[in-house]
Design a protein around this ligand. Sequence first.
Ligand SMILES: Cc1cc2nc3c(=O)[nH]c(=O)nc-3n(C[C@H](O)[C@H](O)[C@H](O)COP(=O)(O)O)c2cc1C
Length: 288
Amino acid sequence: MNALLLFFRQLLTWLYWASRPESECARRDASARVWRETRQPLSCHILAMTISTNPHARQCLRRGGSCVVGVSSKDSAMDLADFRKEYSDRGLRREELDVDPVAQFSAWFDHATELHVHEPNAMTLATVDAAGMPYQRTVLLKYYDTNGFVFFTNYGSRKAQQMAENPQVSLLFPWLTLERQVIIQGRVEKISTAESLKYFISRPRESQLGAWVSNQSEVISSRQFLMQKLAEVREKFTHGEIPLPSFWGGYRVVPQRIEFWQGGPSRLHDRFLYRLENSAWQIERLSP
Ligand SMILES: Cc1cc2nc3c(=O)[nH]c(=O)nc-3n(C[C@H](O)[C@H](O)[C@H](O)COP(=O)(O)O)c2cc1C
């Protein structure tokens, strides 16, 4: 009888919270989870409600259709430990892979573009300084082919100094909405002035001026300082083409290893590593 009463009490609680907007529930810690769990099967809702009445039980996470209950001492409704996403079972099979990693990258890049991934050519560039301290920043991939992956920057910047000291770098494309990631490791080299010029003249005039204005990575006194410099270079190059600054140009990352990561269910993701060995690409599956 008691069990039946408990069941109906929980059912009413579920009906109440299922009818509330998420914003309201979000203010109510464990109740927010009840709201989220309303999208799960009924058994899961009931389990979620049970733990919502228990001040020590804080998590009801759905894994493969069943709830897993965890305990946390944190009170925040935005507990990062609860931010979990179950990946789809799109999967990546060895037979689907192109023998050439650049062709494989191209297929994924086109897919990311077609599906409107935000700035699909934005990539994290990791470098290390002379003391071995790693640094990362976002740069834009401008073109690529079997020779490598090209981006443009200031040749006096912090990254440029680090790449001069250690040309081993890593690139990372985080195509999170596709549950994909590509990591490229390789050696970076400066492209020729002619190649940099070809790209520079294709840029909008304002971007060309911007390259002249910024002594990238240097400490400056104010934004006003930049605006003044911009006015000066605009005045200087009023007529005709804007020349390529000697301190600005491209780098090519020549790949030695390229890893493709596809999210999968139950954290059993698919990872394939292409490794260059005696000028031939070897493909290995890595454990997730
Ligand atoms: C979306 C995005 C794209 C960027 N693209 C470039 C780029 O193509 N080249 C570049 O030099 N900096 C780019 N930056 C700025 C860099 O992240 C970084 O701040 C700058 O290059 C200085 O880095 P450094 O001091 O390590 O040399 C971009 C930043 C963002 C957020």
